[in-house]
Design a binder for this molecule. Structure first.
Ligand code: AMP
Ligand code: MG
Length: 322
C-alpha cells in the first residue's frame, strides 16, 4: 500500500477515495487516524476488521465545523458548549446525545444512543474533512490495543498489509505534534466525566467546567465505557513503571536527567529537560523503536502526574497491564 505525501493534490485524491468507500489514514494533532465516511457501514466494518477492534468499542466522529456536529447531535448541555467554543478545533472529544434522524453508521456508534465527536486541529485533517464535506470516523491507525501511530511509517508497518483495497491510502503529514489521543468527556451523564485523559489537560478544562475523573490506575477490569479496556496502548516489551534504575536485562526509558552509569545503548529519554509535552510527543514512537530493536523489558522513570503527565501515566498503566 502506497504512502502519499499530503499535498493538496493528494488530499483531493484521498477525499475522492473516501467518497468511493475507501479507507484513508491521515494525521491529526493527536495521532494518525484511520478515516472512513461516518455514514458508510461497509467501510466502517472494514475499519474494525483492519484494526482488529472489538465492535463494542465505538468510534469518534471527526467533523470540519460545528454545523456538522449540530447535524448529528442534540440537547448539547451549556457546559459542553463552553468547552466547544474554547477548545475546538483541538484534542477534545465529547460524548453527546445522538440525533437519531441523522446518518452516522450504527456500527460506528456501537448501537448507542450517544455519539463521540471532535473537530481536530490539524491543517491536513481539516482540509480532508472540508473536501469530503461529510464527517469521518477516525480511530487511531494501529492494530487494536497496541501503540498508536505518530508517523505515517507506523501506520504502514501496522496496517499496510491490511489496507490493500485500491481505494485505500496513507497520507503522510509528518510527525503528529501532541502524540497522545484526545481527552474524552462524557456529557450524557448527570455530571460531565472524563472517560479518557488525553491531549487537553484536566486542570485546564476544570478552570472552565468542573469535570470528574476517576484515576483507574490500579483496579477494575470492567470498562466504565465501551472500549475503555484496561490493556491498551501496549508495546511488545513488558514495562516496569516508576523505576529508579534499570535492572539487569532492562533498557532504561528516562524522563529528566538520567541516572549515571547506564550504557548509552541501553537507554532512551522521553525528555531530558523534564518537559511533559515533549515526553508525550515521544512516548509512542520511542516505545515503537524499542519494540523494533526487540527489547523485552523496559524500566520507565516515574512521570509527574500533572498536566499531560496524567494522560502519559494512563497510557503507561494500560500498556503495562496484562
Ligand atoms: P479511539 O479508540 O482512540 O478511537 O478512542 C475512542 C474512545 O472514545 C474509546 O475509548 C471509546 O470507547 C470512546 N467512545 C466513543 N464513542 C463513545 C460513546 N458513544 N460512549 C462512550 N464512549 C465512547
Ligand atoms: Mg486507539
Amino acid at each position: 500500500m502506497k504512502t502519499s505525501k499530503a499535498t493538496e493534490k493528494n488530499i483531493n485524491i484521498a477525499a475522492k477515495l473516501l467518497l468511493k468507500g475507501g479507507i484513508v489514514a491521515f494525521p491529526t494533532e493527536t495521532v494518525y487516524g484511520l478515516g472512513a465516511l461516518a455514514s458508510d457501514n461497509k467501510s466502517i466494518e472494514r475499519v474494525y476488521a483492519v484494526k482488529g477492534r472489538p465492535k463494542n468499542n465505538p468510534l469518534i466522529v471527526h467533523a470540519y465545523d460545528i454545523n456538522q456536529i449540530l447535524a448529528i447531535t442534540k440537547n448539547i448541555p451549556i457546559n459542553a458548549h463552553i468547552l466547544i467554543k474554547k477548545y475546538w478545533p483541538g484534542p477534545l472529544t465529547l460524548i453527546l446525545p445522538y440525533k437519531t434522524s441523522s446518518n452516522i453508521s450504527p456500527i460506528a456508534r456501537a448501537n448507542l444512543k450517544t455519539v463521540a465527536v471532535r473537530i481536530p486541529n490539524h491543517p491536513i485533517a481539516l482540509k480532508l474533512l472540508k473536501t469530503v464535506n461529510a464527517p469521518l470516523i477516525a480511530p487511531s491507525a494501529n492494530i487494536s490495543q497496541h501503540l498508536s501511530p505518530t508517523k505515517a511509517s507506523h501506520v504502514k508497518k501496522d496496517l499496510g498489509e491490511n489496507l490493500l483495497n485500491e481505494n485505500d491510502m496513507i497520507l503522510d503529514g509528518g510527525k503528529t505534534s501532541i502524540g497522545l489521543e484526545s481527552t474524552v468527556i462524557d456529557f450524557t451523564c448527570n455530571k460531565p466525566v472524563i472517560l479518557r485523559p488525553g491531549g487537553l489537560n484536566i486542570n485546564t478544562i476544570n478552570k472552565d467546567v468542573k469535570v470528574s475523573y476517576i484515576d483507574k490506575k490500579s483496579n477494575n477490569t470492567q470498562p466504565i465505557s465501551p472500549g475503555l479496556f484496561k490493556k491498551h496502548y501496549a508495546p511488545n516489551a513488558s514495562l516496569r513503571l516508576n523505576a529508579k534504575f534499570p535492572m539487569v536485562g532492562e533498557v532504561w526509558l528516562g524522563f529528566g536527567k538520567d541516572p549515571k552509569n547506564i550504557e548509552y545503548f541501553k537507554k532512551m529519554n522521553l525528555s531530558l529537560t523534564g518537559d511533559l509535552n515533549e515526553a508525550a510527543t515521544n512516548l509512542f514512537s520511542m516505545l515503537r523503536l524499542l519494540d523494533k530493536k526487540n527489547i523485552k523489558n523496559i524500566a520507565i522513570k516515574s512521570i509527574p502526574n500533572k498536566e499531560i503527565g496524567v494522560a502519559i501515566n494512563d497510557r503507561l498503566n494500560r500498556g503495562a497491564s496484562n
